[in-house]
Design a protein around this ligand. Structure first.
Ligand code: 6PG
Ligand code: NI
Length: 188
């Protein structure tokens, strides 16, 4: 049966939805090949394989014409100085998406294969992802970073594109100042 009109309530902690659909948990082991320092990544997997982020979806299905939503919560953390982040993906059917910052401090890294852009994300900020731009979220703070995503149900997720092309930039914490440092992707 088609989805009927309904309202969704945010949980008090801004990380749950009622009613709620799928919950996806991504551990460090799910992020193979994504951090610059592969040895540091392997040590983190061996040392407890921590949860890096979770994605809680509304019950709206990922099918054409529907408009699913989800809340992503990225834990604070560093792997060899690189801030914890999502895998990142392209939409195989190039369609736009919006993110709304809910809690914590993060960034939205966008890459179209040539140009990289960084959007600072905090509660109340809407980040717009145009069609054709790969997108990755990064927690650059000390608390969980949470955002709501709203995207076309037919957009899909292509993770291989990011493994092949990278994301243009990496988000690191500068060793001296502790500030965010955006470096070109190939930087050792
Ligand atoms: C989407 C959104 C968003 C994203 C999560 C996890 O298209 O569904 O961009 O919900 O999937 O933030 O990020 P990854 O899908 O890159 O792991
Ligand atoms: Ni997306």
């Amino acid at each position: 049966p088609p989805i009927q009109p309904f309202a969704i309530t945010f949980g008090a902690d801004n990380a749950t939805l009622e009613p709620q659909g799928q919950v996806l948990t991504r551990r460090m082991s799910d992020l193979e090949g994504l951090f610059a320092d592969a040895d540091a990544w392997a040590r983190a997997v061996a040392d407890g394989d921590p949860v890096v982020y979770t994605v809680v979806s509304s019950p709206v299905p990922e099918v054409p014409r529907e408009l699913p939503q989800s809340i992503t919560t990225i834990q604070p953390g560093l792997t060899a100085g690189e801030f914890w982040m999502t895998k990142g993906h392209q939409h195989p059917d190039p369609q736009g998406e919006i993110y709304l910052g809910l809690a914590g401090h993060g960034g939205l890294l966008l890459f179209d294969g040539e140009r990289a852009e960084w959007l600072d994300m905090s509660p109340g900020v809407i980040g717009y992802i145009p069609p054709g731009w790969a997108h990755r979220s990064v927690n650059v703070g000390d608390e969980p970073y949470k955002f709501l995503a709203v995207y076309p149900g037919s957009a899909g997720h292509d993770y291989g594109w990011v493994l092949e092309h990278g994301m243009g930039l990496r988000a690191r914490r500068a060793a001296d100042s502790g500030d965010l440092d955006l470096v070109p992707f190939g930087t050792p």
